[in-house]
Design a protein around this ligand. Structure first.
Ligand code: SF4
Length: 451
């Protein structure tokens, strides 16, 4: 891949706050005046289940997750008891005939759980929900909390995919973000998982961390490429000190926006040269991996976990703060652990807020996901899919792309819209032009920067 030139004035123009489009509209639009939908008993749907396991042994200073730091190991057993209750209530809401095709454990730190708790969680899930014959079951892993016993427990519980949180291998960066994790520890975790038969291993990296330089991040890339991950997610560091005040501790060491973009460009060049397919905003995969195949087949999807290979599934999140997307609605659980427990103690679903999508939301959701996953909009194809005249429906939105086209981010033709390699670096900016809610959201300063 040839290096892409970005002019400084373009960078300044397009580095504005914007949503990441893991949902549309973004979660900031969910409201507490929301009643969850009743399932339609005649339309079983493939199910993707997400379980949020919030506990962490220590606080990493770059973290933007909903988590609880504790040294009390007994908290996970108590939490599992509540999760079991929630699963029983949620299973009753799903249309008969629906089967689980995907399971994901996220956090917090799922590997905070003891080995026997990991196995117990797998048993509860399988006893509560009908399972499809083939299931993708993935888990986010903090290599610092992984043991061989936990790897065996994950294998016994049926987990066949893993995502290792690495972020950066440089000792100075690790010290600044309070996440000390020698490469040997990552390599050992990787080897244990490979030996246990895990089919696909993803590494999470972050660019834009305090103290990162082009040289240090280049070394991080070299380090992780020696471990040959199947997938890589290279996320943009989201600086949100108004939500996570501890991020202020390293503010003066954050790379500037030019360096941050160069770090992303370095990652793209380095990983594509090493044979990885650039999937989209922040994901890379080996050509043989299911994610690369989904990109080629047009079945790539975006949800709360980023890009996904499964299209048309109902996503049900369980555990505190988790978000669901099913039946044209989004709904989110209580973010406070005590409130989450209290609702379940009273026999109620622990819902915090939700949103019922309008017909227009669904059209814009499909359009934005299409742009972010396929980088091309075929007007005739989307007109057929959405039951509209695409070029006419989005007349004003398409006309608003004049400056993006002049700057080389998109190319409009009579029958479609292409996102260029430069536009790919600013894909959120392209998607934002199709977002009907944005002007008001930006005024309220609710998002991290797009670069
Ligand atoms: S382990 Fe993960 S969730 Fe926990 S503090 Fe670190 S980054 Fe956040």
């Amino acid at each position: 891949m040839n290096p892409i030139t970005v002019h400084l004035d373009q960078l300044r123009k397009y580095n504005v706050p914007g949503p990441r489009y893991t949902s549309y509209p973004p979660a900031t639009h969910f409201t507490e005046e929301f009643t969850p939908p009743l399932p339609n008993p005649h339309t079983p749907a493939p199910l993707s289940l997400y379980f949020h396991l919030p506990f962490c042994a220590k606080q990493c200073l770059y973290c933007g997750c909903t988590n609880i730091v504790t040294g009390d190991q007994s908290k996970s057993a108590e939490y599992l008891g509540y999760l079991k209750r929630e699963m029983a209530m949620r299973a009753k809401q799903m249309a008969p005939g629906s089967e689980v095709v995907q399971i994901q454990l996220g956090g917090g730190t799922p590997t905070f759980l003891l080995p026997e708790e990991i196995e117990q969680l797998g048993e509860i899930i399988r006893a509560t929900f009908p399972m499809a014959k083939t299931i993708e079951a993935g888990v986010e892993i903090d290599p610092r909390s992984l043991t061989l016993e936990k790897v065996k427990a994950l294998h016994n519980a049926g987990f066949n995919r893993a995502s290792l949180g690495v972020q950066d291998t440089n000792p100075d960066v690790q010290k600044t973000i309070a996440r000390i994790q020698p490469l040997e520890q990552v390599a050992e975790a990787n080897q244990w998982l490979r030996d246990s038969g895990v089919e696909s291993i993803n590494f999470d990296l972050i660019y834009g961390l305090p103290g990162q330089t082009l040289e240090s991040f280049n070394q991080t890339m070299d380090d992780i490429l020696t471990l040959s991950p199947d997938r890589l997610a290279v996320y943009s560091y989201a600086h949100i000190p108004w939500i996570k005040p501890f991020q202020k501790s390293f503010e003066e060491r954050l790379p500037n926006v030019e360096t941050k973009l160069q770090l992303l460009q370095l990652a793209i060049e380095k990983l594509t040269s090493a044979g990885y397919v650039y999937i989209g905003m922040d994901h890379f995969a080996k050509p043989s991996d299911a994610m690369s195949k989904a990109l080629a087949n047009g079945t790539l999807q975006r949800n709360f976990q980023g890009y996904s290979t499964l299209k048309g599934v109902d996503l049900h999140g369980m555990g505190m703060s988790s978000i669901s997307h099913a039946g044209g609605c989004y709904f989110q659980n209580k973010k406070d652990l005590d409130l989450y427990y209290a609702d379940l103690d009273s026999g109620n679903l622990p819902l915090l807020r939700g949103y019922t999508m309008t017909a227009e939301d669904k059209i814009r959701y499909d359009t934005i996901m299409h742009i972010m996953c396929n980088l091309y909009v075929d007007y005739a194809q989307l007109s057929k899919q959405l039951g509209i005249d695409f070029a006419d429906y989005f007349k004003a939105d398409l006309a608003s792309l004049d400056d993006l086209e002049a700057d080389g981010l998109v190319r409009r033709e009579s029958g479609g819209l292409h996102v260029t390699p430069l536009g790919r670096l600013f894909i959120r900016i392209v998607a934002m032009r199709f977002d009907a809610y944005l002007q008001n959201d930006q005024r309220q300063g609710r998002y991290s920067q797009t670069v």
